[in-house]
Design a protein around this ligand. Structure first.
Ligand code: PEP
Length: 247
């Protein structure tokens, strides 16, 4: 049985004061969740958040990482650097990175490989645009994105987390229905199964306007193993309500 994972993606939000209030609010209400909980925070706040979540059930995540090990890559952050701050998870291939920073499937696969080599769990994000969905290309797109990561990582694939995030549902308030999401998750699951006999343990998260009102139905689907939560992760009460849906 796969444990569920609820991971918050703060994106480029927060401040020293706001982070403290948010994490304190989470710690006050989190108790002993049955799921795993992660917070993917901006890199500059990793040290602060590492201290804030120390000794708690909340694990730390980053939102991106360099595909390179070290060197002349101004502005980039390496896996080894993330490791120094206790980072357990790292998003790779978030659609905003693919869209605004032109990250290709090959770059995303290299980032996942780098994270795995450092002992950081990459949360590999895949998802289609609205135009691709309307053209009936959803499966083709997500399978192509995941195939690059499978190809580059071989048997290590069982150590990744996958997040299916339809781009048309991210930050728009439009959620994929639980049936639409489950359908894609099942496709991803069988692709993983074909690549690894350990695929049954890989968590596949749903992301895209998940909130306290729709989480229970999404999380009840057999292949939805958690959520990658953007906007709703910025309010402690909302994020806690989503975590509570995993009970
Ligand atoms: C995300 O960016 O990963 C995300 C799922 O955002 P939101 O929940 O705000 O749609």
């Amino acid at each position: 049985m796969r444990k569920k994972l609820i991971a918050g993606n703060w994106k480029m939000n927060g401040s020293v004061a706001a982070n403290e209030a948010l994490v304190e609010g989470l710690l006050a209400g989190i108790g002993t969740p049955v799921c795993q909980v992660g917070l993917c925070v901006p890199s500059v706040y990793l040290a602060q958040c590492q201290a804030l979540v120390a000794g708690s059930v909340i694990e730390l995540g980053a939102q991106d990482v360099s595909q390179h090990e070290r060197g002349a890559f101004t502005g980039e952050v390496s896996c080894a650097m993330l490791k120094e701050f206790g980072v357990r998870y790292c998003l790779v291939g978030h659609s905003e990175r693919r869209q605004y920073h032109f990250e290709t499937d090959a770059v995303v696969a290299a980032k996942a490989q780098r994270a795995l080599a450092c002992g950081i769990t990459p949360i590999v994000c895949v998802g289609e645009t609205l135009a691709e969905r309307e053209a009936g290309k959803t499966e083709e797109v997500v399978k192509r994105q995941l195939a690059a990561v499978i190809h580059a990582n071989g048997h290590c694939i069982s150590e990744i987390v996958v997040a299916y995030e339809p781009i048309w549902a991210i930050g728009t308030g439009k959620t994929a229905s639980s049936e639409q999401a489950q359908q894609v998750h099942a496709v991803l699951r069988s692709q993983l199964q074909a690549a690894s006999n350990q695929a049954g343990r890989i968590q596949i998260l749903y992301g895209g306007s998940m909130n306290a009102a729709n989480a229970a139905q999404l999380l009840a689907q057999p292949d939805i193993d958690g959520g990658l939560v953007g906007g709703a992760a910025l309010k402690a009460s909302e994020f806690l309500s989503i975590i509570a849906c995993t009970h």
